[in-house]
Ligand binder design. Structure first.
Ligand code: SAH
Ligand code: SF4
Length: 365
């Protein structure tokens, strides 16, 4: 079975119960136990779980909780970030990151094992693609972080960002199922606006998101202000060029009445000049946009460098003066390699094992 209890929307849980001859009214306490109290092994004795449900849970037909085992847990020296490497049922591994401080905790979740988009500066892109995650595997990452926060801090998650390994819009349905579950007010109840979906510019996915009933926050990774420059960093720009991407973003912003966030990874001497900043401002003119400037986190497979602090600030000033709000992302958690895919990349290097080769490829590109 390639799905798990955590990945069933309320209605899907009702349908599963009905299929096994259990009255779907039992979905309510079970959904609550799984999605609000985050129970896994002790479901049968949870509040409101009556004998018919206990029998189902113990039966062969029951949908099981997601198999997920902690492999590595690293805390940054500034105490801001914790990074979990989690092993899934087939031995593949994904990372989830917890960031922030009491009252403001964010979980950064993965959507795929590896990534097919091949961005040259990104550790996940350098690994290649192994498989898509199921909705249950995405929800279970949020549960993992939330459980740790409750246990160690007596606190809860406030935000979710789909900025871990993988391209979430290349794995559209499972990602949407997962986020609809995480934002369900019968479960974790995280507001959709507090959920950020970060995309490399996967246009068909942005178009589907425009029509999706919930309004999640959209972040689009740009990093280049012309097709030529962007294409060198992000190969899929050749398929979905800048003009078309920005048009799709404008449409999203207009229909959803939402601000679009743009990420710009600043790479020293590559895309951090005044000229780049001016051309970026030009591209976004008139749009309800916010730019997140991310200094490059250097990776082994790419010989780019971080920009200087003065350069980052000069870049920011130019877009700010052009009326575009922006934030320079703090390089927090850098000592645990909390950049995209980096903990996993480090482990793979240590063990000499190559991801994506010794695992079955179950997703399609
Ligand atoms: N695939 C999605 C989401 C995951 S990557 C996307 O590309 O948007 C999340 C963000 O981290 C993206 O903006 C990506 O460009 C950025 N990123 C990846 N590797 C990085 C690195 N080495 N240094 C700085 N930012 C990086
Ligand atoms: Fe994939 Fe995003 Fe990394 Fe590009 S930056 S390779 S889309 S995870």
């Amino acid at each position: 079975m390639n799905f798990s209890l955590e990945g069933l929307r309320y209605e899907a849980l009702e349908a599963q119960l009905a299929k096994s001859g259990v009255n779907p009214v039992h979905a309510k306490p079970l959904f609550r136990a799984v999605q609000r109290h985050l129970l896994r092994n002790d479901l049968e004795s949870a509040e409101g779980i009556l004998p018919p449900l206990q029998r189902w849970l113990a039966s062969e037909q029951a949908v099981k909780p997601c198999a997920m085992e902690l492999v590595d847990d690293t805390a940054s020296s500034d105490g801001f970030t914790r990074k979990y490497l989690l092993r899934l049922h087939d031995g593949t591994e994904v990372e989830s990151v917890q960031m922030g401080f009491p009252g403001r905790y964010t979980a950064c979740l993965s959507s795929q094992v590896g990534c097919a988009m091949g961005c040259v500066f990104c550790a996940t892109g350098q690994m290649g693609f192994s498989r898509h995650l199921t909705a249950g595997e995405i929800v279970a990452q949020a549960h993992y972080v939330e459980r740790e926060l409750r246990r160690t801090q007596g606190s809860s998650l406030r935000n979710i960002v789909m900025m871990g390994m993988g391209e979430p819009l290349h794995n559209f349905e499972p990602t949407m199922e997962a986020l609809d579950i995480i934002t369900d007010d019968r479960g974790m109840n995280i507001g959709p606006a507090r959920v950020v979906i970060s995309t490399v510019g996967y246009i068909p996915g942005i178009q589907k998101l425009t029509r999706h009933p919930k309004r999640y926050s959209l972040a689009v990774s740009l990093h280049g202000a012309s097709d030529e420059e962007r294409g060198k960093l992000i190969p899929i720009n050749k398929r979905w060029p800048l003009a078309e991407l920005l048009e799709t973003c404008r449409e999203y912003s207009a229909i959803k009445r939402a601000r679009v966030f743009f990420a710009w990874t600043l790479i020293g001497g590559v895309n951090d000049s005044d000229d780049h900043a001016q051309r970026l401002a030009e591209l976004l003119r008139g749009m309800d946009a916010h730019v997140n400037l991310i200094p490059l986190n250097p990776t082994e497979g790419f010989d780019g460098t971080m920009p200087t602090e003065e350069r980052s600030q000069a870049f920011q000033k130019i877009i700010q003066d052009a009326g575009i709000p922006s934030t320079i992302r703090q390089r927090r958690g850098i000592d645990v390699a909390a950049g995209c895919g980096q903990l996993k990349a480090k482990r793979v290097k240590r063990t000499g094992r190559k991801p994506g080769i010794n695992v079955p490829i179950s997703g399609s590109l």
